[in-house]
Design a protein around this ligand. Structure first.
Ligand SMILES: NC(=O)c1ccc[n+]([C@@H]2O[C@H](COP(=O)([O-])OP(=O)(O)OC[C@H]3O[C@@H](n4cnc5c(N)ncnc54)[C@H](O)[C@@H]3O)[C@@H](O)[C@H]2O)c1
Length: 325
């Protein structure tokens, strides 16, 4: 028998690889094309729920076109930031598609942060107006940051309207992102309505709630605008969602699964999932005045689209620790 081992990559290792957003977006688009062609394996995620509004999910996926097979084991604990701990934490295991052996274990925090922004960017590529210049961020945390980076990769964004329920978080976002993107104008706001009514691309990224009391009303999102919600329907009233000309998600089966758990009571049936749009089975935006929206739930597909490339780059850079199996 050969000596068998795997490569362990810490959060710092994954960050050091620092895969660039154009590559992440390209890999995700490829994965969604593969999904639209029906050739990925992506079972709805099972999970355990140890505390109210907390989760630990198992997220396996196989993307043949990217030779990527593996699983993410990820937790989200809303109270963690108050304890000085990250809200999201977990690990990805990659398996060799030929023999099933695990060949890498890596921290999933950076990947989760960036792949989510990149999935929204793929949705926006097909559903937002290509000339969109204004971006609205509601929830100025990790996702607010990666979405700003991802959207500016694809769109000629000039102005970013920011809102957070915590004024300190909003100020920190504006000062940090202002330093990182000196060509963008960051505008603080005092109410989510200011963000939604003035932005051509809108992100909501507050906490996910099973029984939300949403804020965003019908007619706030302007005709021609695109919205992406990574916090499920927590921020959007049913009437505002019903008003979308094209309401989409990343995986129809996943949304159905969540409905059986009691989520999405006021959410309309999606017009399409992102794979169907990328592969051309259903058209994306068809006129400059449509209101379009992506409510992407977050798929193992997103993680498995980029984890093998991070592994490859880490090997080339000599990062990580080899562990015996
Ligand atoms: N769909 C996906 O694929 C996916 C992936 C990762 C995270 N998420 C979700 O995205 C959301 C944001 O994640 P994150 O990592 O950026 O969290 P984070 O804790 O870094 O940031 C959340 C921010 O939202 C702010 N906030 C809380 N309540 C608010 C409200 N009512 N209005 C405005 N701002 C509010 C907080 O002050 C904080 O700054 C979470 O709900 C998370 O579960 C979804």
């Amino acid at each position: 028998m050969k000596d068998l081992s795997l490569l362990y990559l810490s959060r710092q290792d994954v960050e050091t690889v620092g895969l660039d957003l154009p590559t992440i977006i390209e890999l995700l688009e490829k994965a969604f094309r593969n999904k639209g062609e029906g050739s990925v394996e992506l079972p709805p995620k099972p999970g355990i729920h140890t505390r109210p509004n907390a989760f630990i999910h198992a997220m396996p996926a196989y993307i043949p076109a990217l030779h990527s097979a593996g699983i993410k084991w990820v937790s989200g604990y809303p109270d963690n930031p108050q304890r000085g701990l990250p809200y999201i934490s977990g690990l990805i295991i990659l398996n060799d598609e030929e023999n099933g052996l695990p060949y890498a274990v890596m921290d999933c925090t950076w990947i989760t942060a960036y792949r989510t922004g990149a999935a929204s960017a793929v949705s926006a590529k097909y559903l937002a107006r290509p000339d969109s210049k204004t971006l609205g961020i509601i929830g100025c945390g990790v996702q607010g940051r990666t979405h700003t980076e991802a959207m500016t990769t694809l769109f000629p964004i000039e102005r970013v309207y920011a809102y957070d329920i915590l004024p300190a978080a909003q100020e920190k976002f504006i000062s940090e992102m202002g330093a990182k993107f000196p060509d963008l104008e960051f505008i603080p706001t005092r109410h989510p309505k200011e963000v939604v009514t003035q932005s051509e691309i809108v992100l909501t990224a507050g906490p996910i709630l099973k029984n939300p009391t949403p804020t965003i009303e019908k007619d706030w999102l302007q005709p021609g605008a695109f919205a992406t919600a990574v916090d499920f329907d927590s921020y959007w009233k049913g009437e505002a969602l019903q008003q979308m000309d094209k309401f989409t998600t990343d995986d129809l089966a996943q949304m159905e699964y969540y409905r059986t758990l009691g989520y999405f009571k006021d959410t309309p049936q999606p017009y399409a999932d992102l794979g169907e749009i990328v592969v051309g089975k259903k058209p994306g935006r068809e006129s400059p005045s449509e209101r379009c929206m992506a409510m992407n739930l977050g798929l193992a597909l997103d993680d498995m689209a980029i984890a093998p490339t991070i592994y490859q780059r880490a090997v080339e850079m000599g990062l990580g620790v080899r562990l015996p199996l």
